[in-house]
Design a protein around this ligand. Sequence first.
Ligand code: C2O
Ligand code: CU
Ligand code: CU
Length: 441
Amino acid sequence: ELKSSAGSLDVELTAARGRVRINGRYASMLCYNGMLPGPTLRLRAGDRLNLSLRNDLDEATNLHVHGLHVSPEGRGDNPFVRITPGSSFDYGYELPASHPPGVYWYHPHLHGTVADQVSGGLYGAIIVEDPEPIAASRERVLVVSDVSLDSAGSLRRPTAMERMMGRMGEVVLLNGQVRPRLEIRTGERERWRVVNTCVSRFLRLRLDGQRLQLLGVDSGRRPVPASVEEVLLPPGGRADLLVVTTAGTSRLRALPYDRMGAGGPGNMGGMMGGSDGGGHTLATVEAAGAGAPSPAPVPARQAQRDLRSATPAVHRELVFSAGFGGMMGRGPGGTGFAINGSEFNPDRTDVRAEAGTVEEWTLVNSSPMDHPIHLHVWPMQVVDSPRQVLDDPDWRDVVNVPANERVRVRVAFDDFVGRSVFHCHILDHEDSGMMAVIEVR
Ligand code: C2O
Ligand code: CU
Ligand code: CU
């Protein structure tokens, strides 16, 4: 863990091939600073993060700070940077004093290589601390990832079908380990910061036999924690949880999720690789020892902004389509993964928004599979969705648009200008072209 002090944090990251031990066996993966996951960065609102990234991979890379509300220009969270092998790039990010606390993460973002590099092991968590601490006897950062390794312990290349559906790694890891044991003192309140870094896997998180107290997802914070049985994290999504366990052993699980239109006819997801069958155990949780005194109540949250009463300057419709590599009517050459009919082109600007305005976007999924849509820099407030309960302002940076459904969101472009992107966070879809450029001026 690397923690800011006196308003800044200087970090040196090196991306390189590395050998890591996964449950007693060596695996050859891609790592930041030789670690899996990379170091956790702890920041506060108002901090400056100076991050120097050295590329010791044999291919180009770059870095994205997922979910952070920082400038997309210059040496900030600029998705158009390309760092060639053997060279370095110095990023500098200024978090505004009003930056929301929560769980964020970093990963490479060079179009065409993102799924390979992230599933290869390049990811790490970023925590923006609360202005007022929440009492917990222990805080854990739980980074969930998945990977497919061959019998020699090397990264396995995905098949064409896996790229089309979005690959799901055969091994699911929690902090780089298969099903680790988490020891907890019975009755003590822990804080769990969960990050879903999987390329395509949705995590329906559940701790058997217990309820979870959900503080928020992404940068969204609830005024009071919600008591829930499970939390659905799309690829790229995060959850901030409080957990109080009863004595004994329980399992932290990811329940099965079908990305091919849950509840639809037949088992399309299972046939085509869009479902994770029986789900996965992420960790076993062992609670023992004496009960601790009951923890202090969670301090009330500042009310979040609510754009439902705003008047949008512009209404846009954005259609996300998957032509299945030409099988469904695309000509040769195109991958078929497109937004409003076009595949990603970094030289084209798809959406021009005016600084200081609020826009309403209708995200339309015209394909038979879910697409979790992610916008850089500016968070989205979900205002209408077929699946979610919208009981308070629902702020997120990854919004799942279920197969053949539509979701309405609002975005306030009230600070930061520049060019950035939005895309499907099934990173194989992003690499295949389901990404577009937004420019705010
Ligand atoms: Cu986490 Cu543009 O990505
Ligand atoms: Cu992002
Ligand atoms: Cu997608």
